[in-house]
Ligand binder design. Structure first.
Ligand code: HEM
Length: 184
């Protein structure tokens, strides 16, 4: 049975859910590994967690690039059930998410490049985005603040989606979760 009303393409939905899963893993992973590093003076597991964080974040950057290019090709119009305030708020949150989604991993990549910590699991090194310098610590601190801002926006975004799904029940949430038909 087709979904009622306009909804996102299968490509947009797939990129959305890969991004969502990665951010949900990356924020707690980043917070935990930093604290574990301080508590254990970087034991083997901490270094493995850092490598996982670097690899997932680096791969996510390209998913985000594909997602932004896909979004620039168009999207369904805002749902008619949105109040003017919801329209402004959701648009602001979506724009900020699209801004921070590439900035956060780019800052992480720039930070490890400047710091001289591009190694991933001892398998390979990420390509350098910047030359090594004393700026690594500062860039990684900004990366942490930007990541927490991204997490706060994601919480607002999820809250809005759940409000539409379970309180207003106006079909807005279904625009991103139905898996058929494959195209609008
Ligand atoms: C969307 C993707 C990413 C998210 C959501 C994210 C999130 C975070 C968070 C929440 C922290 C903890 C900050 C703190 O406690 O102060 C962190 C730390 C860190 N992240 Fe990421 N990160 C992402 C991508 C990356 C990438 C691509 C790299 C490197 C290639 C990276 C490298 C690091 C490093 C090295 C730290 C530790 C900083 C320190 O030791 O002070 N991150 N990240």
């Amino acid at each position: 049975m087709p979904l009622p009303g306009p909804h996102y393409s299968l490509t947009a939905k797939t990129l959305h859910w890969i991004t969502a899963a990665a951010v949900i893993v990356m924020v707690p992973l980043g917070l935990y590994m930093v604290r574990r590093g301080a508590a254990t003076n970087f034991d083997n597991l901490t270094n493995t967690l850092y490598s996982a964080h670097k690899l997932i974040g680096f791969l996510l950057l390209w998913v985000v690039a594909a997602r932004i290019l896909n979004r620039l090709r168009g999207a369904p119009p805002p749902a008619e059930t949105l109040t003017p305030l919801e329209r402004v708020a959701s648009s602001a949150v979506h724009h900020l998410l699209y801004l921070l989604l590439p900035i956060v991993p780019l800052l992480g990549w720039a930070g490890v490049s400047a710091y001289g910590a591009r190694d991933v699991f001892g398998w390979f090194s990420l390509p350098p985005l910047l030359p090594e310098s004393s700026a690594g610590d500062a860039i990684l601190a900004i990366h942490g603040v930007a990541a927490l801002t991204l997490a706060a926006l994601a919480v607002l975004h999820i809250g809005g989606a759940l409000m539409h799904g379970f309180i207003k029940r106006d079909g807005v949430m279904n625009r991103m979760i139905g898996w058929w038909p494959l195209r609008r």
